[in-house]
Write a protein that binds this ligand. Sequence first.
Ligand code: GLC
Length: 742
Amino acid sequence: MATQAQTLLDQLPPERRAEVEERVESLLAELSLEQKVGQLNQLNADFATGTAVGDMDVEQGILDGDIGSVLNFADVEEARHFQELAVEESDHGVPLVLALDVIHGHRTIFPIPLGEAASWNPEMAALSARVAATEAAADGVHWTFAPSVDVGRDPRWGRVMEAAGEDPYLASEISNARVRGFQGEDLAADDTVLACAKHYVGYGASEAGREYNTVDISETNLREVHLPPFEACLDAGVGSVMNAFNLYERIPASSNETLVNDLLRSELGFEDVVVSDWNSFGELVEHGVAGDLREVARACIEAGSDVDMVSGAYATELVELVEDGVVDESLVDAAVRRLLTVKGALGLFEDPYRYFDEERQSRRILTEDHREAAREVARESQVLLKNESDVLPVDDGASVALVGGLADSATDMLGAWRAEGDPDDVTTLRTTLADRLDDLTYVEGCSRDGAVDDAQLAAAVEAVTAADLAVVAVGERYSQTGEAASRAHLDLPGDQRRLLEALVETDTPVAAVLFNGRPLAIDWTAEHVPAILEAWFPGVEAGPAIADVLLGEYNPSGRLPMCFPVTEGQIPIYYNRLRTGRPAENADVDLTEPPADPAEKYMSRYLDVPNEPLYAFGHGETYTEFTYTDVSLDTATITSADTLSVTVTVENTGERSGTEVVQVYLNDLVASRARPVRELVRFENVDLDAGEAATVSFELTAADLEFWTADDEYAAEPGEFEVQVGRAADDIVAVETFELVE
Ligand code: GLC
């Protein structure tokens, strides 16, 4: 729904705001055109996170006043050196702002963002970002390029690991929390960093899940699927937004005036910095929408994009464009004003060295509290996909055979985008189980790349045969997800299935632990392995967090933020699908069988696979049992001024305490545009002891019913709605209807 951004200046106390505005305006008046353009130039210091571009010397560029911000610097010492050059040796003395991709932890690495989202607990996402900011700010970082808020419906795309899954509402709640965690209450504090909502917008819709591929989406799809998490970040006061690489309406996001100036700035009220992605300005030439960097620079500054990450287009072309009268200097001033406001809000004018404190660095990084926080988030991120015959948790005194190279791979536990993460900081599953179990045998069985040789296989079969339980670590390498890591085949890499086939042949029960950065197509595993625990890439506390679940010290509460397909052929697959004119799902037809007669043929289905995913959005098992009763609405009719209250009683009827994620979906039955079969609108984690019950209430208003109508506006249209309460998108326990009247 339309929102109004909280700008950085809005978030400052009045006196601070006046100081920052006054300092910014006086600097703007002092800087030459060349110096102003230099502020908009961002260069890469040490390690590239993208294609090779320009080779401007960073130090010389800073000295010459040609650089306003730097990314990917090596350490605090180098950061301090760059800042000294800018403040004490350059002509203008304007401090730099220093950036790094701190995505899921800085040195204390947390689960990958998709895993954090699986906690369905925004406070876990906020905690992770808070710890990351505390450590990054102690390590010289002013600006993190996070959170990624791309809604992903295609697990072939490697960057689904980096955001919060397939649903706009869950992604909004998680992304808002991440921004709050990073930015805290005061950007000038020494434990906060500027956040950056990325990649604006629609990057998750890359065709065929192929990285950097074409995106071709409608305005309705943009506004209802991809935009909401950005709006949620604006509501949290995010101080920067990053252009996506992709097109919208065949125009690259970086030079797309409709997206930046019209939608983001004018309609949504975002007044702060828009930074390009890595060379995304320069890539206009590759897209074929600009003939040279001069055209690139003009198009991007006119669209409202401020900071040029490594393309050099602004640095080499903008001065001349202004001098030639092609670009009005006021556009440069507006962009520079926004970047200087960031520097003011960060407190860099008062103390450019406030984030370079080696003593604070040693005190704040990788502390026990931070490790405990990482373990807590990693516990809550795990999803029990299956647990036949209560294979898990491990019985006391049981002998366990642990198999799989990933169980012993520290580096893979850090996932992609690991910032300053160090494999030496990781406690692996093997290390923890060896410490906490009396009878553990570890056999590699398959390498962490999934390679299996006969000898390893034989040794694994022998060890598993002799044990009471097999715990088998399978999945991807961390480098098989993240940026530039699309995969067309989503089964377990290498020969891991061969290993599982051999182990399930023994009489020993098998529990698989999945390490992965995306949903996988594991239908064989789902059919033959009795227990499957989704662990994602859990970070430095991988071993303790997974052992807490395997050994029953923590009852798994995670739910899938993104569904698992039966096969790649179903992709894109997501729960909040449109009905189509020939819906198959609501017919009592068995879609796992070929059509038996014409009546079953002419409907939206496949001949060879079901429409439904292997594991649905919101799916997650538990070691206890929860029942839902007394689902009710406090009224059957509301107007746009009313509130509707949905209540449900949840009872823990099992033997263990646990957490149930109660989910509330809406279905708008008739509207001026086709509406999804259900859309998540609320959820709540309910902690219940064995035998305990609780009544949970959710308040809905007409704002929750709004969508992008056929009149091209956000509105709630009168009519009948279903409230669907459940524990997963495919496990709705009750449906109640109400009507919105004029
Ligand atoms: C990369 C990524 C972006 C990241 C930037 C700087 O290409 O697309 O998410 O923030 O470059 O590392």
